[in-house]
Design a protein around this ligand. Structure first.
Ligand SMILES: NC(=O)C1=CN([C@@H]2O[C@H](COP(=O)(O)OP(=O)(O)OC[C@H]3O[C@@H](n4cnc5c(N)ncnc54)[C@H](O)[C@@H]3O)[C@@H](O)[C@H]2O)C=CC1
Ligand SMILES: CC(C)CC(=O)C(=O)O
Length: 366
């Protein structure tokens, strides 16, 4: 992999490789951009096929966080970590303590939280070593697991997307095909079920499927069959890149709204959805509820305040669909434009010299 060429293309700030032989920690912290503030983004633990695949995932996810945090109106930059390993077999407390020390070493440039494969308990372990961690237990005055907040945002965003696709934001009677019924999608399905939507679900984890069938009367299909099922809305809630050359021709849905990060395999797939008239809720906008919730901890967590901000996801998507129609551009491009304008306006503001203990004037005066 030509790493510096890759970093240069999207102007990444920093990549940190973290290794601890004792605990087996192999992690990559990627910081994409800190124009708006410290980089906040979760830690994913996953069994990657190669180290290169892990590095690329960390980089792509951290860039997504830059756009997510900017579009959500947060004064935070974008970063993300991946830990290489099987979260079911390879975890130990020493691993998360060692990782916490690496985060502390970044002195606040990166703040972490949960993602796929990590839990509140893991964040509590990191908290033993550093304050730069969110999504820790409510006992510490914190917001806990971000998944219900993410799910609430995805549910509201799905309503806004339904309004765009069907002319009404009611989900009653709508058939929603859900790919991956893990932490976020379980809570999302609860909202959908309560509103009277019909659920078709799939997951590689049979227990997760069983729970959705029992709790929400969901109908189950095999993982490869989810794209082609007869449905109104496709909700990708597992991993990324599921909107691609193979899957788009199979889709019967008129709307796509789900929690997964990096849903489009490539930007041109967003263009294709636009041409086909499929309403697509840009992933980093619709799934920003979790980061909004954990970011609120930085001001002393207040659930009511955080959830009010999550509710703005509906309006943001309204605005994105409006720009998309007005300028005849795909929704993901309209979202990118919104995020980039915010970052650019801050980066262009005057950078006045401020004295601090490290700079030349301070050293000179002792
Ligand atoms: N947890 C959160 O608050 C947030 C999560 N996200 C994103 O949402 C997605 C889901 O996150 P979580 O629910 O936290 O993760 P999770 O690990 O609890 O759920 C993912 C589910 O997808 C299933 N899965 C994996 N590959 C699959 C495949 N090929 N076909 C069908 N099912 C498959 C897994 O078995 C698991 O049940 C991820 O992309 C994550 O990055 C985004 C924002 C916040
Ligand atoms: C899980 C969130 C709290 C942060 C994050 O990493 C994300 O939104 O993808």
């Amino acid at each position: 992999m030509d790493i510096f060429k890759y970093l240069e293309e999207s102007d990444y700030e920093q990549v940190v490789f973290c290794q601890d032989k004792n605990s087996g920690l192999k992690a990559i912290i990627a910081i994409h951009d800190t124009t708006l503030g410290p980089a906040l983004g979760g830690t994913r633990m996953w069994t990657y096929d190669s180290e290169e695949e892990a590095v690329i995932d960390a980089l792509r996810l951290s860039k997504g966080m830059t756009y997510k945090n900017a579009a959500a109106g947060l004064n935070l930059g974008g970063g993300k970590t991946v830990i290489i390993g099987d979260p079911k077999k390879d975890k130990n407390p020493e691993m998360f303590r060692a990782f916490g020390r690496y985060i502390q070493g970044l002195n606040g440039r990166y703040i972490t939280a949960e993602d796929v494969g990590t839990t509140v308990q893991d964040m509590d372990t990191i908290y033993m070593e550093t304050d730069y961690v969110t999504g820790i237990s409510p006992e510490f005055g914190s917001s806990g697991n971000p998944s219900p907040a993410t799910a609430y945002g995805v549910y509201l965003g799905m309503k806004a997307t339904a309004k765009e696709a069907f002319g009404s934001d009611s989900l009653e009677g709508k058939v929603v095909a859900v790919q991956g019924v893990g932490n976020v999608a379980y809570h999302m399905c609860k909202h959908l079920h309560e509103e009277g939507a019909k659920l078709i679900v799939t997951d590689i984890n049979k227990e997760a499927v069983k729970r959705a069938m029992e709790d929400f009367g969901a109908h189950a299909v095999d993982p490869d069959d989810i794209y082609g099922v007869d449905c109104d809305i496709y909700a990708p809630c597992a991993l990324g890149a599921t909107i691609n050359d193979d899957t788009i021709p199979q889709l019967k849905a008129k709307a796509i709204a789900g929690s997964a990060n990096n849903q489009l395999a490539e930007d041109r797939h967003g263009q294709k959805l636009h041409e086909l008239g499929i309403a697509y809720a840009p992933d980093y906008v619709i799934n920003s509820g979790g980061v909004i919730n954990v970011a609120d901890e930085l001001n002393g967590y207040n659930k009511e305040r955080a959830y009010k901000q999550i509710e703005k996801i509906y309006e943001s998507l309204d605005k994105i669909f409006e720009i998309s129609k007005r300028d005849n551009i795909p929704a993901h491009q309209a979202a990118d434009r919104m995020a980039e304008e915010r970052i650019e306006s801050v980066s262009k503001s005057r950078s006045t010299f401020l004295r601090n203990e490290h700079n030349i004037i301070s050293r000179r005066n002792g």
